[in-house]
Design a protein around this ligand. Sequence first.
Ligand code: ZN
Length: 712
Amino acid sequence: MRIRKPTVVVLASLLAATLGTVTAPSVALGQPTSAVPGTTAAEPNQVTGLIVSQADGYATVAWTPVPGATDYQIERTPVDASDVATGPAVVVGVWRPNRQINNESPTFADAGFDPGLRFQWRVRARIGTAEQPYSAPVTGTTQQPWGDPAVPGENLRTQWETTKAAQYTSDVNEYAYTAEIDRLSDRVRVVEIGRTVLNRPINMLVIGYPAPPATPAAVAATSPLAVNCNVHGNEPGDREACLVLARKLAFGTDARTIDLLKNTTVLMVLTINGDGRAANTRGNSTGQDLNRDYSLIRQPETAAYVGMLRDYRPVAGYDGHEYGNSTAGDLPMLPPRHQNVAKQIFDESLDMIEGHMYVEGAKDGWWACPYGCQGGSGVGLSEETILRNTLGLKNTVNSLLELRSSGGQTRPDEGNSANNRRRKTYSALWTFSQFLDYHRANLPAIKKARGEAIEFQASNTGRLVFRGSRPIPLHPAPHPGEAGPRDDLPEPEMILDDAPCAYKLTEEQYNGARTDGPNGVGATVAQRIAAHGWKVVKGTDGYYVPLAQPERGLIPLLLDAQGAEEWVDGTRVYPTRTGRHNGPLTISGFACLSDATVNGPVTVRPGAILVATGTTISGPVSAAGATGVFLADSTVRGPVSISGTTGAVSLVDNTISGPVSVAVNNTGNDPALIAGNSVSGPLSCAVNSPAPVNIEVANSVNGPRSGQCASL
Ligand SMILES: [Zn+2]
């Protein structure tokens, strides 16, 4: 049940138009020299109503459709200031009906030219192979690269820009360019999130207005969005777009930019794979494809990224790539489809693509389509090692972005590599700018989806799927592209209907040396679990990783022997108690209550571990000196008191009638999670180390909130 949101889309485009975005063309710079919409054609089947609008690195060519047209050719001619041709006319584009979701208002984003030059455009229809008369011409001067050459900061240019796309920006020049942005703009902080295998810094730009929040937690509170600009070193187009976009966000004074940055924080990791970029290879220096490692985090690059996700908690993301299929659309996109991703995250991600990108793409002329648009049956599947799926399993709305790497039949003037590189990069710039607008307009829906997804995951309900995707039905015709990725439904051996309560790991599994990293040395499972941010409690007989937590969909993929690419074969621990229990219940050792009813109080003894999901307890619940307390999707008809816990505390999506007190829990590096609960009485937290968090999923509390929980 996908929810389409036409009003939101209208809002987004209104916002873009009224705030004068530099990426969404609304006013044609070139005055139409002839033929405005509705004008009668001078010749039969002649295109009329030609309008060309200039935007950042591209020109949107729009016209009135010709009845019976099979496709259209877009012609561009360089002209001087007097509109006299200075070079040959070239067909630069072919518009096909599968390009956009509405065929009544055809548009084509012409790109590949050197920004700032002046051109004439004409469009003609073809009926079958028969070419019809060209439209009257329209001339216009294309937009200069963003930024006044006379204004410090604005005048920065990348190596790619100064060489007119002959060279990509090197690592050295990336660092110099971003250091200058950091120095000259209060809005930007460059943070090194880690190092590559060969010790190159992995930098992230943190951008906010008037300045980015000071700490990762403060950034997380702004519901940030994240762009991963370059993971495959030989796919550099998106990275150049990020560098240009960074300059605009750092120095732009237009109302749209200020509004965007006042309301969130933009995170851009420019080059996670700096070694691969320098060598122009897909993998990192060890040959590892990093986009098959985001769950496993065997490599320092992916570990850095995942640690960043844990600390900054972006609510939405884009992951930039290039794609070699020359017959696909300009911009193949795909949501996280792994079936363990919460449906709310899948739905919102698909809506971002189909409800926003398809709609805006049809206005601006860019051809967004489902990844695999044509002949792509083997791509876009369910590997949780792919960032798109990893992010979804971390409850982040997101999409893959692929820039079609060659021009193909629809962009016949891209034999020139600079033309090709400019089209790719400016199409990425369009996408990332649209992503900012989508986030700005849809943040309440994104946060709602995320909150519900976290609550769903923590409830530990429903089957587990190790590999297998949700199907993506073709968008109603005219769909953008001929096909989507194949269904990729889970095979029976990839399904576990009866989910365990937790996984138990031995000392060796948890802390033992690993050989799956660079040079045969890998981080321990304990370190990788910490990077993902999961809660673990040490019992008397092993380390317990309960599924009653926000990344429930990801945990079994790495800890279960049935996983396709797991770390270890952990022991499944099933619930110890379901059904009805009359009278007081005292927990010692490890206990897991699932869909249970306890008619009496529950006492968790010192050193014990309680995991309860879907359980009703008449209460009270009291834990003093426990090792771990996990309570999710449950009802307590009485007070809850948790103190002196030494391992982990997690209260998610519970309904609690009594007062809730969380005090003097010393849980190491892992703060108590108190999120999405409804509490009828007071909520008080004191002397916990560290202070409890709600990871931006607010609690509903009728009584007063006090101490460390005052703002949860
Ligand atoms: Zn790629």
